[in-house]
Design a protein around this ligand. Structure first.
Ligand code: NDP
Ligand code: BG6
Length: 519
């Protein structure tokens, strides 16, 4: 991949910020029951997020956490483990931990009906101690293969019942591994829970900067009139990671980049970029509009995928100055694995707004740097009146929405250089998302946990969206898993590069270039 034209641009700073308009939030008292509480997600994300909410007084006074897992440890050791994990995550505070630690409980269980009944009695007892009433969140954080059987035991042990309070179930991704398994899980879920009780997580939806796409588009009057095929040449959505698969070889060998990033995060970001404005900012109305984007996605077929999908896998290289192993050399990966760790794809949304506008999506592991961004590339000027004056062609304008890291929105345009000579330069109008803001910033897990406690489902995946995204992606999954003659090429790329050269050629054939991370 190449840097976008122009290299480093002078920056136009945004002026002083105006007052913020904020919505007040307060959560109900509740118990948070984590299934699989001895695992990585609990330590790295859930507990640090809950502690942050607690420290910032965003949790109700009546709350407690009950960790469930098969590992037979005492409540005291669970607390010690969690304290270590929260310290490791940063922003630790001894005084707050004293209080928080008292609300941490643990119950070893094999998830059988009998054992979960006992867990329920334990939970009811703690609900009295911590005055949480009957509200409870059941957070599934075990391997997905056991979700269905745990849900059955939850139901038969009475944990799913709503006796004088609400019960919500949170389901971590991946939600199935294809359309069929997602539907099977869905069947079990809907047997025991109503849709309004079900919170399917995609943590990208919890990222402030992803939500901000909606604010940017619909709280301003200047962007919407040009947010369509008349003005936009194409859209790029990139989620580039410098990390490899870490210790998740078992999972990744089964998933690959299309399941891991495209079916969920990439399509969710796409839905915000492509959606129509709902008439009211309400969860179901926003979710309706996002689903309509999925409905309008042009179906994929094998023939079009040949031209519109590039698959890649990293080989040994260097990332951030350190040597990095190739995917096939990672622990737990088959030495002949054909699983793709990179994909670039072109898709279309067949509706009035987007007809004919290509969306280029790309994501990969072990790339040069970590950045997720949306680039809206506008059409070139209709007539090059400066063509006799400047040697170079005048490039198009662009809006870049950097989702992470270094969250910002940039508008790229051209301006005359000061001075007597006629010189044009590319400049960037730059808004740093947190600049001028001193309040609390919530990370994705803090946000989704908070929303689950207040019962706001806007940032969760609805059942129809989940099915539609699997259904639409299915031909690409099948195609990517073909082996032997006629199978798609697996393009190798060096760890620490911008991805396979074939991905450059792919977008280059359309006369376009990938836009990479620029400060
Ligand atoms: P882990 O593999 O660490 O598993 C979590 C816990 O599940 C383990 O500690 C284990 O506890 C329990 N477990 C393992 N096998 C079984 C089994 N057969 N039956 C019942 N319990 C079992 O997973 P993570 O914590 O990494 O992830 C949890 C969920 O979150 C997964 O669905 C994952 O896909 C999803 N996720 C994770 C992310 C991450 O960064 N870790 C990111 C996004 C999603 P014990 O043996 O004590 O019962
Ligand atoms: C997870 C994927 O859902 O998202 C990981 O399973 C990926 O493979 C991660 O690394 C990316 O999330 P973030 O927030 O770091 O962009």
């Amino acid at each position: 991949m190449q840097e976008s034209p122009g290299g480093h641009h002078p920056t136009v700073k945004i002026g002083k910020l105006g007052p913020s308009l904020c919505e007040e939030i307060s959560s109900d008292p509740c118990a948070i029951v984590i299934f699989g509480a001895s695992g990585d997600l609990t330590k790295r994300k859930l507990l640090p997020a809950l502690f942050c909410l607690f420290r910032n007084k965003l949790l109700s006074k009546g709350f407690f956490i009950l960790g469930l897992a098969r590992t037979d440890i005492s409540e005291e050791s669970f607390r010690t483990d969690m304290e270590k994990a929260v310290k490791k995550a940063g922003n630790f505070d001894h005084v707050a931990w004293e209080e928080f630690g008292k609300r941490l409980h643990y119950f070893p269980t094999d998830y059988s009906e009998g054992s979960l009944r006992k867990a329920r009695e334990y939970m009811d007892d703690k609900a009295l101690t911590h005055s949480t009433g009957r509200n409870r969140i059941l957070y599934l954080s075990t391997p997905p293969s056991v979700y269905s059987s745990i849900i059955e035991s939850i139901a038969s042990s009475g944990l799913a019942s709503e006796d004088g309070g609400w019960t919500r179930i949170v389901i971590e991704k991946p939600y199935g591994r294809d359309l069929e398994s997602a539907r099977a899980l869905e069947k079990t879920v809907e047997k025991h829970f109503r849709e309004e009780q079900v919170f399917r997580i995609d943590h990208y939806l919890g990222k402030d900067t992803v939500q901000n796409i909606m604010m940017f588009r619909f709280a301003n009057s200047i962007f919407e009139p040009i947010w369509n095929r008349h003005f936009i040449d194409h859209v790029q959505i990139t989620a580039s990671e410098s990390l490899g698969i870490e210790k998740r070889a078992g999972y990744y060998e089964e998933a690959g980049v299309l399941r891991d990033m495209f079916q969920n995060h990439m399509l969710q970001v796409l839905s915000f970029v492509g959606m129509e404005p709902p008439s009211v900012y309400k969860s179901e109305m926003v979710r309706d509009e996002r689903v309509k984007v999925f409905r309008a996605l042009r179906p994929l077929d094998r023939e079009s995928l040949r031209d519109n999908l590039v698959l890649g896998q990293y080989v040994e290289g260097e990332v951030n100055g350190k040597s990095a192993r190739g995917y096939r050399e990672e622990d737990g990966v088959n030495r002949r694995s054909a699983v793709s760790t990179f994909a670039a794809m072109k898709l279309f949304i067949d509706n009035w707004r987007w007809q004919g506008v290509p969306f280029y999506l790309r994501s990969g592991k072990r790339l040069k740097s970590r950045f997720t961004q949306v680039t809206i590339q506008f059409r070139a000027v209709p007539h090059q009146m400066f063509s006799g004056i400047f040697e170079e062609e005048i490039g198009p304008n662009a809006v870049i929405i950097r989702i992470q890291p270094d969250e910002r929105i940039q508008l790229k345009f051209h301006a005359k250089n000061p001075g007597s000579r006629m010189c044009l330069r590319d400049v960037v109008m730059d808004f740093g998302y947190t600049e001028g803001y001193e309040g609390l910033v919530l990370d994705a897990y803090e946000r989704v946990l908070m929303d689950c406690m207040i019962g706001d489902k806007m940032l969760f995946i609805r059942s129809d969206a989940m099915e539609m995204s699997w259904e639409w992606l299915s031909p690409a999954l099948d195609y990517s898993e073909e082996r032997g003659q006629g199978a798609p090429e697996l393009c190798l790329y060096r760890a620490g590069s911008y991805g396979p050269v074939e991905a450059e050629r792919f977008i280059g054939r359309d006369g376009r270039k990938w836009v990479n991370y620029e400060r």
